[in-house]
Write a protein that binds this ligand. Structure first.
Ligand code: SAM
Length: 229
């Protein structure tokens, strides 16, 4: 049984995909999608030996060795040209790490640019959206959900003929999430506002030298208030 988070991620994977799940840990996502007959083929990539072995065990336990190849590799180095990967999932890591994995994969041409990217950063969504924009991707879908008292965002991106230029506000809140303002979205940003207000209080106590930081946080609180209004 997949977590709600990974299930939502899976819903963005088109039927018949050749999937690369990077940082796959137990390979839960590719195994579940293959058992649902949603995938033609999958690669599960892991950089750490323990999770790599868990992934391998999970695949063998389900008799899916012909369909899921588990590789011990750093980031997108798990992908070989013959895999014909057209969907990449990178989930459950920080946005900056996901960005670094994508950047390395772009530099060594492990990604071609025609893959659908389905990304689930735990934090640091903005830096990830910035990378996507800079590299000509369009955010075609987003989702936000709550599970076990944690709020998760999912970003789906593809390269399109014409790249979209996002505003600062869209990069922070998510261009799609911003148009929907779901109850989970509201909850997230109410919490973020509280956190920033707390930091501001602390900064103000600490005196003059923090002026630029104070201004930055004030700006963010104003932005959040505008979005929540
Ligand atoms: N993707 C699964 C999920 O969302 O439930 C597992 C998330 S787990 C918290 C993050 C996994 O990413 C760990 O197993 C870690 O070893 C792996 N990881 C971290 N950096 C990586 C990299 N550069 N390449 C491949 N895997 C990586």
């Amino acid at each position: 049984q997949l977590s709600k988070r990974l299930q939502r991620v899976g819903e963005f994977v088109p039927a018949g995909a050749h999937l690369a799940d990077i940082g796959s840990d137990h390979a839960y996502l590719p195994v579940a999608l293959l058992l649902q007959n949603k995938l033609a083929y999958a690669v599960a990539g892991e950089v750490v030996k323990g999770p790599y072995e868990s992934a391998e065990n999970q695949v063998v336990k389900n008799g899916l060795q012909d369909k899921i190849i588990v590789r011990l590799a750093n980031g997108l180095d798990a992908i070989e040209p013959t895999d014909a990967i057209n969907v990449i999932t990178i989930c459950g890591m920080g946005g900056a790490l996901i960005r670094d994995i994508l950047e390395a994969g772009r530099n060594n041409q492990r990604i071609k640019g025609n893959e659908r990217l389905i990304l689930q950063p735990n934090v640091g969504e903005k830096v990830l959206r910035e990378w996507l924009t800079k590299n000509g991707y369009t955010i075609i879908e987003e989702d936000i959900l709550e599970e076990n008292d944690k709020i998760y965002e999912i970003i789906v991106a593809e390269k399109t003929a014409k790249s979209v230029k996002y505003s600062n506000k869209e990069l922070l809140f998510g261009p799609v999430l911003l148009t929907r303002k779901s109850s989970v979205f509201i909850k997230k940003w109410q919490l973020e506002q509280k956190q920033r207000e707390y930091v501001l209080q602390q900064l103000r106590k600490s005196g003059e030298k923090q002026q630029t930081k104070i201004q930055e946080f004030e700006q963010q609180v104003t932005e959040i208030k505008e979005v929540l209004a």
